[in-house]
Design a protein around this ligand. Sequence first.
Ligand SMILES: [Cu+2]
Length: 160
Amino acid sequence: MKLRFVATVALLSLAVALLGACGSSGSASEDESAATQPSNQAEQDDQPEAEAAQSAEEEEQPVSACLEAPPSKTKFTVLAVDKYGFGEFKPKKLEVPAGKKITILYKNESPAIHDFVIDSLECDSGKVDKATVTFTAPSKPTEFRCTIHDFMTGKLIPVG
Ligand SMILES: [Cu+2]
């Protein structure tokens, strides 16, 4: 009797051990779907190489940059200043781009009253301390002056 009881316990123990081993081995087949996705990489690799060729068609550069005329200046400032008690324009000569619309900011920085007038262009700042005048630059040298002081003159020099 006693021997049989021992054998039964041993069999039960073996059965529990086998069941335990079986229960811990259930996760071996869960990763199958990851390997079956189709691969599209090969279809996207044959793009044309046309982009590199487009940047070659840029604007032509002059053979020598020093031959190129600089961009025309169209905005100027002319001051009326005091020099030894007499008014004068500063600068007295302006190089202006012939035929182009230009703007001159006239400012009186002297204690006396002045104006900025170009008779041949009918341009007159008025007797103010600050004015902006706009006109088409002449194609021949043209005088500007102050109507109050005969000695206050300057010249527009056309260029281009
Ligand atoms: Cu003046």
